[in-house]
Design a protein around this ligand. Structure first.
Ligand SMILES: [Zn+2]
Ligand SMILES: [Zn+2]
Length: 144
């Protein structure tokens, strides 16, 4: 078994490598797409997350208000399970562990991203740092 593995019964995703970023996302797109107040979001290097049977994915813009954006939400054509976000620029692949079939003991987030105090949201009380974007030292991998 791979170190990290998820997906549905039709399409499996897996990685032998650690994620390159692991955060709790407060952005409005995640809220809208997942229906969750916050979303545990994990970035893998694009080449690290392998996808079995990826021709069976339906792809749609992650942000329906920015359809030309780089991220695509990929869902299983057979059962509708969200499988991953894929990056048209091949920099990252994104997994939401609790919605995309990953184990409950997936490593927890290391910080809060896109936290906007002005939105009236309550400041996270778990002691983790929060930023109004991704963490400042995050570096996007080169696309391919
Ligand atoms: Zn988000
Ligand atoms: Zn499926």
């Amino acid at each position: 078994m791979a170190k990290y593995e998820g997906g549905c019964e039709h399409i499996r995703t897996s990685s032998e490598s650690e994620p390159i970023d692991n955060h709790t996302c407060h952005c409005s797109v995640c809220k809208r797409v997942t229906g969750q107040e916050t979303t545990h979001v994990v970035f893998f290097n694009h080449g690290d997350l392998s996808v079995e049977n990826d021709s069976n994915l339906n792809r749609m813009p992650f942000n329906d208000q920015n359809p030309d954006g780089p991220l695509e939400l990929c869902v299983c054509a057979d059962c509708g399970t969200p499988i991953m976000l894929d990056d048209k620029q091949s920099r990252i692949r994104v997994v939401v562990p609790n919605l995309m079939g990953y184990s409950e003991d997936f490593p927890s987030a290391s910080y809060h991203a896109f936290f906007d105090a002005a939105s009236g949201s309550e400041q996270p009380s778990d002691g983790l740092p929060s930023y109004d974007a991704l963490r400042p030292d995050f570096v996007w991998p080169e696309g391919s």
